[in-house]
Design a protein around this ligand. Structure first.
Ligand SMILES: Cc1ncc(COP(=O)(O)O)c(C=O)c1O
Length: 392
């Protein structure tokens, strides 16, 4: 039935395979170099510590930060929690205010924390976006109040790929002396990020979206101009400058550092590759199907993201139809299991059919033209068939 032997993976916003070079660097840290980086009195501990610091350095270099501004976490969910709740709790204890500005299209790791904080008495402003998922920086400025302690706006959306005007928001945050947090999980490796130039004070990163291992992430926390204060969420031995206790995941950090290094080194090549494939896939849909809509900002969007609504076709049904040959998503992985339409799609338009027919194609560095052509054939056939069934 198909000339494709292994299922084609087009869900790279959910996760990515670990790069062979990353695995290679990690392996010794599971076996002979198994030390605890907090064990200061022997060579096992020292070697592990050196490996951790090398990882930290690679990550800090990629975003123009200082080494000591990188706090390792278990992933971006924890980083987002630490950023939003950590800033909020510290600020309220110190009487600095209890108002947070964020957007309606953030990841659940930010939105759910904001919801919980709201129940605890914080005030949250959820900014709307336009039909392309764009945030207007002047809305951010207008929402700032005396008691605003944090602005949290994601760098690039995980469903529709729209890229936020980070530099403008960063400048507004600086002028108003409010901390600026961004979830840059999907942007890392595709969009150049410079925390100095962009005025970013806190930034969440995750390894498994850039060909690194799962279960390791980081929070960048600015230490100068200004020194950002965060209340720790995990108490214990005082690791990571007291901001995140717990024995460090040494192999994970080694892999994360290598993955970041490769992502930065190969960024231009990866961007060009996925963008070419994305254009190829979209052109096929656009040429051969009626009643489709591109979700997200056509020009300023992640190069590996294609989110399309095939109007009249229920996305969950389409995903099922493509099994087992094509791994693609009807939304973000983090929301699967919930039946309601994506909150991101809902924020873009009132067209319910568009929400329920949206498919997210997340391309990766190892996808090929042949795979894209096969996916285009299969999707076009399935959409045409499912539309006929619905009509009959
Ligand atoms: C934008 C964004 N933020 C946060 C996360 C959560 O990251 P992690 O899986 O590292 O907890 C994801 C993953 O889906 C994401 O896409």
């Amino acid at each position: 039935m198909t000339d494709v032997e292994t299922p084609i993976y087009l869900d790279h916003h959910a996760t990515t395979p670990v790069d062979g070079q990353v695995v290679e660097e990690m392996v010794p840290y599971f076996t002979e170099e198994f030390g605890n980086p907090a064990s200061k009195d022997h060579i096992y501990g020292n070697n592990a510590k050196m490996a951790v610091e090398k990882g930290r350095e690679r990550i800090s270099e990629a975003i123009n930060a200082r080494k000591e501004e990188i706090i390792f976490t278990s992933g971006a969910t924890e980083s987002d929690n630490l950023a939003v709740r950590g800033v909020a709790e510290h600020a309220v204890v110190n009487g600095q205010g209890n108002h947070i500005i964020t957007t309606v299209i953030e990841h659940e790791a930010v939105l759910e924390v904001c919801d919980a904080l709201e129940e605890e008495g914080f005030e949250i402003t959820y900014l709307e976006v336009d039909e392309y998922g764009r945030i207007d920086p002047s809305d951010v400025e207008a929402a700032i109040r005396e008691d605003t302690v944090l602005i949290s706006v994601m760098a690039a959306n995980n469903e529709i790929g729209t890229i936020a005007p980070l530099q403008q928001i960063g400048q507004i945050a600086k002028e108003n002396e409010v901390y600026f947090h961004t979830d840059a999980v999907q942007a890392l490796g595709y969009v150049p990020i410079d925390v100095e130039e962009m005025g970013i004070d806190l930034m969440s990163l995750s390894s498994h979206k850039i060909y690194g291992p799962k279960g390791i992430g980081a929070l960048y926390v600015r230490r100068r101009n200004p020194k950002v204060k965060v209340q720790t969420l995990i108490e214990g031995g005082g690791h990571e400058r007291g901001m995140r206790s717990g024995t460090l995941n040494v192999p994970g950090i080694v892999g994360f550092g290598k993955a970041v290094q490769l992502a930065e080194r190969n960024r231009d090549e990866r961007v060009e590759h996925v963008e070419t494939l994305r254009t190829r896939l979209w052109k096929r849909f656009d040429d051969e199907l009626d009643e489709i809509a591109l979700n997200g900002e056509p020009g300023n969007r992640l190069p590996n993201n294609l989110n399309v609504s095939f109007l009249g076709v229920e996305n969950k049904g389409l995903v099922q139809n493509l099994q087992p040959q094509i791994a693609v998503s009807a939304g973000s992985a983090c929301t699967t299991g919930k039946v309601e339409a994506s909150h991101v799609l809902q924020a873009l338009s009132d067209n319910e059919s568009r929400w329920h027919s949206a498919m997210r194609f997340g391309l990766g560095k190892d996808n090929t033209k042949e795979e894209i052509d096969f996916v285009a054939d299969q999707v076009i056939t399935a959409v045409t068939r499912l539309r006929k069934i619905t009509l009959s």
